[in-house]
Each structure stands twice: as structure tokens, then as C-alpha cells.
Design a protein around this ligand. Structure first.
Ligand code: SF4
Ligand code: SF4
Length: 618
């Protein structure tokens, strides 16, 4: 088919935009790939010739086109994203098939499918009616998503959203052109249908109506030109707008499926994650900070500020590190790790040194108990654990009872990674020297760092609730079920951080009754006392604490149980409900019969502990 000047002119804006977009994306992709380490490049190449390639394609289909994760969280929002992305994708694919059948050729120019009704005005080919119907149906599908997108901008509550993100000028240009593309396509195709008496159920109907208002011949070129310009503008503005997330998310999926991981320094993977954020706003809505009046440091703003190179410490450090946004992010952005990396970068010049740290001689033991700083601040947990260990009959070393090294996680959360590494090195040495095969921790913050950042070959790191449950199963700890009505609070680091939701509940069910909460497990509230937030003020912490407490209180339980000393301390300060650690509950329901071993009286342990602390003071 020969093209005349007008044919070329009409598709020119589309072509210019498309070429610019492809070049801009190629430029970024090459930069990203060049920025990968040798090892990561190798991983990426290997993944392209393995099953991982199919995993990536599958994920792109499910998440980038169908937006399955958004759909699960919010159906209306999911439908909106799906109809725009998948609908447009189908318009391209079905349009291409239509063009191939019409031209009876497997090789048809890409733009011909985009402007098919402009180039094929009166050709009659096989399946004409079917394609006219299918293409109109798909256009309607996309338009329905567009209506929802407009509604979301102006009436976010319809979507169950409290807030949406603000647009920059680049975003506005891209958004306006995107919003114009499909209505202009509808008008151009309908107008053409009115002239040539063809089209599907939608375009012929709209064309008929249009012809009453204006002579279709007058609008013919203008409408097709406008459609082409909207496409061109969108493609040109896309690399400098939020819509760059569309191709970037595809790159992220390939990198992730290749096994490339987030590192504790800015690199290609960080950059790709930052540009993959779709600004869907789900993290905004889930973040508790707004309850405390903090509205500018949520993950979507963190990513925006990294992109714009204007991230302040106030915004970087004003986050609970609770992980709610990470759980909800449909793109799978590691918001917590990203924030930690930015904290490391931001405090690099102030990195404190722990060079003076010494390792101490470790006594030989079967089990090590690492209470952690927070447990030492809530001695009831320490006391309960001592009672449990006394019954276990095992040779236990209370590693941080006298000389108390930190586990290192608070330093990591504060961005002091080098200092944390030194602590970790020291602790590792002492743990391995003891010859212990089990390390028990009663703080989720310690648990996470021991599991994720320590290399402890042959040492099994167990959370105290697991250890206790094992002792009960082995009939070493005799407990009897009580009538207690309990609510269980999932600490952020244990639940969302380590995925441990069921085990503490199973243990609690052995000793009493657990009332389910509305917001629990992945959706559990943060207590507000997070160590990860060094900017939050005390009154703001109280607002977050009280939000969670009011949910617990509404169920009228006897006790609020948690498995984190920091959460216990924060909730207890609210003085609204009795708060206990899971270890304390177990000790309270131990069977103290004659045939059982004696429990060390609580008072004795407290006395011993206070004697030790007096000695330390001296
Ligand atoms: S970080 Fe994730 S959840 Fe938040 S706006 Fe971006 S894509 Fe959406
Ligand atoms: S980690 Fe928690 S507090 Fe921080 S931005 Fe995400 S949801 Fe908000």
C-alpha cells in the first residue's frame, strides 16, 4: 500500500513520540544494565535462558497488565488499572491481527494497526464485522477505566482512598494526553464510520450522533491528527513523568526473577525500584503516620524525593519501619530496605565506630539466651524467661545479662551499618565460641537481625515463643488452659518482618482463649513506639498507640498479649488494658503440682537481677 502525504502527516506525531520513547527507554536500560555488578549481569543473562524467563513473562502479564495485586486489595482500583493497561494491550494485539488479516500479510507496519480505520476506510475483508465489534468492545473497556481514573482524581472516596498523590507538571502533560488518547480515538473512528457507513456498535452509533451536529468530512483529518498528537505527546512526556513506571516495572520484574537482590547501597536495583512506583497511593492509605498528623514521609513520597534528589532527613527518618506499605505495594517495592539504604547513604559521613568493642570469653553452653536491650527495659519478660529456662534443665548462657552488647538492628535502622557490622562480628564470635546449638531471643528486633544479618552456622535461632512451645510439646513445661480472654498483637518485626503470625497464636491457644482482631496479622497496627522512627514526637506516638489500644479495648479482653518488649512497654504506658508478654502468660499458667519441678520464685529472680544491676552501678 502506498501512503500519500496526508497519511504520513497524520501518523507523524505518533511516530516521533514513539521513537523518542524507545530511545529514552533504551538509554535508561543500558545505563541500568551497565550499573549492575558483574555477578548480577551474569545472573540476568542466565535468567534469560532459563525457566525464570517464563516466570517473568507470567508476572508481567499478571501484575503489569491484569494488576492482580491491586485488584485483590481494591477491586474498583484494580479494574481501573486493568482496563487501561490490559485493554490497551488487547487493542494493540487484536488491532494488529485485524490488520494482518485485512492485508493478508504477516508483516504489517506497526502504525497501520494504530490508525487502521484511517487507512482502511471501505475495504471489506474476512471477519470485518467481528473485528469491528471486538475493537469497539475493547475501546469501551478502556474508556470505562478512563472514566474511573478521572473519578479517582476528583472523587477518591469512591475508591475507598483517603488520599491520592499530587501531580508535577510533567505528570500533568502525560496525564492529559493519556486522558485524551482514547476519547479522541473514539471520535476519530466514529466520525470515519459516519462517513463510510461502517464501524462497530459503538463507533457507528456515536458517528451517527456526531453527524447530526457537524459535517463529518470537516472533522475527518483534524480528529485523526488530534489522536496522533495525543499519542505523540504521551510518549514524549512519559520518560519524564510518573508513567515511566510502566516500562520500568517490567525491568524490575526481570531483575527480581533473575535473583538480583536489594543491597545496602544505592545501585541499579535501587534506581529501578524507585522508578517502578506507580503512585497508586495504596501505601498512603495504609500508613498509620497520618493518624499522628505526619503526611509527608510515606513511601510514595520517599520514592518521589529520591527521584527528585530532595530527600530531607526529617522525611527519611520519620517512619515507623512497620512494613505495612511494603506488604501492600502491588509493585513489590522493598520500601523498608530502600529506606534503610537511604539512611545509610545519608549518615555515611557520621558513621560511628565500634572499633573499641571487645569480645569476652564465652562460657560453654547448650543454649544461649539473648534478651536484648528492650527486654532489659521490661524485666518481667527476663524474669519469666529465667523461670522457663530453669525448668528446661538445659545449660543456658544469659549472654547479655551483665555485659550487654546490642544485637545491631537498631543501628541498621538508623543507617549506622558499619557500626552494626562491627557489633554483629563481635557477637557472632562470642556465640560461636560458646559451642551452643540454640540461640533463644525474646525480642523480634533481635530475632530479625540474627536471622537476616548474622552468619551463625550450626546455631539454630529460635524465637522464645517457639522455644516455649517446644518445651510444652516435650512435656517439660506443664501448662493448663485457663479461662483467660486474650487479644494478640502482632509486632511489626515479627509479623510483617519475619512472617511469624500463627505460631504465637498456637501457643496462646494452649493457655487460654484468643479473640481475633479486625486488624491483625499482615494488617496489624504498629504500637507507635518503633525504634525505627527517630523523628516522631512523644504525643504522636501516643496517638498511634491509642489507635491500636482502642481496637483491643473494644473487644474487652482480660489481657493484651504481645511478643515484643518494646510493644509491651508502649501499650502499657497507655494504662488502658493489662499487657503481658507471651512468656509471662505461660509462666502464670504453669502447673505447680508436687510431681513437677519447682519453679524459681519470681521474687528470687527479681532480687537476683536487682543485685546484679546494683553491682553494675557500683
Ligand atoms: S510505593 Fe508501591 S504502594 Fe506506594 S504508591 Fe508506589 S507502587 Fe503504590
Ligand atoms: S513503613 Fe509504616 S510508617 Fe513507614 S511509610 Fe511504610 S506504612 Fe508508613
Amino acid at each position: 500500500m502506498l501512503y500519500n502525504t496526508m497519511d504520513i502527516l497524520v501518523s507523524l506525531p505518533f511516530f516521533i513520540g514513539l521513537i523518542y520513547l524507545v530511545l529514552a527507554f533504551l538509554y535508561r536500560s543500558v545505563k541500568w544494565i551497565k550499573g549492575l555488578s558483574k555477578f548480577d549481569k551474569l545472573r540476568l543473562m542466565q535468567s534469560m535462558i532459563s525457566k525464570r524467563l517464563f516466570n517473568s513473562i507470567r508476572e508481567i502479564f499478571l501484575e503489569s497488565l491484569l494488576h492482580r495485586k491491586i485488584f485483590r486489595k481494591n477491586r474498583v482500583l484494580g479494574y481501573m488499572h486493568m482496563s487501561l493497561a490490559f485493554g490497551w494491550f488487547l487493542l494493540i494485539i487484536v488491532g494488529h491481527v485485524e490488520t494482518m488479516i485485512a492485508d493478508q500479510s504477516l508483516l504489517v507496519p506497526f502504525h497501520k494497526a494504530v490508525f487502521f480505520r484511517f487507512y482502511n476506510t471501505n475495504e471489506d475483508f474476512q471477519l470485518t464485522k467481528f473485528f469491528a465489534f471486538a475493537m469497539d468492545f475493547l475501546l469501551l473497556f478502556v474508556l470505562s477505566g478512563l472514566v474511573l481514573a478521572m473519578l479517582k482524581r476528583f472523587k477518591k472516596k469512591v475508591f475507598g482512598l483517603r488520599r491520592t498523590t499530587k501531580l508535577k507538571s510533567g505528570d500533568r502533560i502525560a496525564l492529559t494526553s493519556l486522558w485524551l488518547i482514547f476519547p479522541l480515538r473514539l471520535l476519530a473512528e466514529s466520525n470515519t464510520a459516519a462517513i463510510y457507513h461502517n464501524g462497530g456498535f459503538l463507533t457507528s452509533g456515536v458517528g451517527h450522533l456526531m453527524s447530526y451536529l457537524v459535517n463529518p468530512d470537516v472533522l475527518y483529518i483534524a480528529l485523526w491528527m488530534a489522536y496522533s498528537m495525543a499519542l505523540g505527546f504521551f510518549f514524549v512526556s512519559l520518560p519524564n513523568s510518573r508513567y515511566m513506571h510502566i516500562p520500568t516495572e517490567v525491568v524490575l520484574i526481570f531483575l527480581r526473577n533473575a535473583g538480583i537482590k536489594h543491597k545496602k547501597q544505592n545501585d541499579t536495583y535501587t534506581d529501578v525500584q524507585v522508578y517502578s512506583c506507580s503512585r497508586c497511593g495504596l501505601c498512603l492509605d495504609r500508613c498509620q503516620l497520618s493518624v499522628a498528623g505526619i503526611d509527608d514521609s510515606q513511601s510514595v513520597y520517599l520514592l518521589k524525593n529520591i527521584r527528585n534528589n530532595n530527600l530531607s532527613d526529617e522525611k527519611l527518618f520519620n517512619c515507623l519501619m512497620c512494613g505495612k506499605c511494603q506488604i501492600d505495594c502491588p509493585v513489590g517495592i522493598e520500601t523498608i530496605n530502600l529506606r534503610i539504604t537511604q539512611r545509610i547513604e545519608s549518615t555515611r559521613q557520621y558513621n560511628s565506630s565500634y572499633e573499641y568493642l571487645k569480645t569476652y570469653e564465652s562460657p560453654k553452653a547448650d543454649v544461649i539466651y539473648f534478651a536484648g536491650c528492650m527486654t532489659h527495659l521490661t524485666p518481667g519478660i527476663f524474669t519469666a524467661m529465667k523461670q522457663i529456662f530453669a525448668l528446661s534443665g538445659q545449660n543456658v548462657w544469659f549472654m547479655d545479662e551483665d555485659k550487654a552488647p546490642c544485637c545491631g538492628r537498631p543501628l541498621i535502622l538508623a543507617g549506622q551499618y558499619e557500626a552494626a557490622k562491627k557489633l554483629i562480628e563481635n557477637n557472632t564470635q562470642m556465640i560461636l565460641d560458646s559451642g551452643a546449638s540454640t540461640l533463644v531471643v525474646s525480642c523480634p528486633i533481635c530475632y530479625r537481625v540474627f536471622k537476616e544479618d548474622y552468619t551463625l552456622h550450626n546455631v539454630n535461632v529460635v524465637f522464645h515463643s517457639e522455644y516455649i512451645q517446644n518445651l510444652i510439646s516435650a512435656e517439660i513445661l506443664p501448662v493448663q488452659k485457663s479461662e483467660l480472654k486474650m487479644v494478640y498483637h502482632d509486632p511489626c518485626e515479627l509479623g510483617r518482618g519475619m512472617g511469624m503470625y500463627e505460631q504465637p497464636r498456637e501457643l496462646l491457644k494452649l493457655v487460654g482463649n484468643v479473640i481475633p482482631l479486625n486488624e491483625e496479622k499482615e494488617n496489624a497496627y504498629c504500637c507507635g513506639g518503633s525504634l525505627g522512627n527517630i523523628k516522631i514526637k512523644a504525643n504522636q506516638t501516643h496517638l498511634l498507640r491509642d489507635q491500636a489500644l482502642s481496637e483491643f479495648k473494644a473487644l474487652n479482653p482480660d489481657i493484651l498479649v504481645t511478643t515484643c518488649p518494646k510493644c509491651k512497654k508502649t501499650f502499657a504506658s497507655g494504662r488502658k488494658i493489662k499487657v503481658m508478654d507471651i512468656a509471662e502468660i505461660v509462666v502464670d499458667v504453669l502447673v505447680k503440682g508436687e510431681d513437677k519441678r519447682t519453679i524459681i520464685p519470681r521474687e528470687e529472680i527479681i532480687e537476683e537481677a536487682s543485685l546484679k544491676s546494683d553491682l553494675v552501678k557500683l
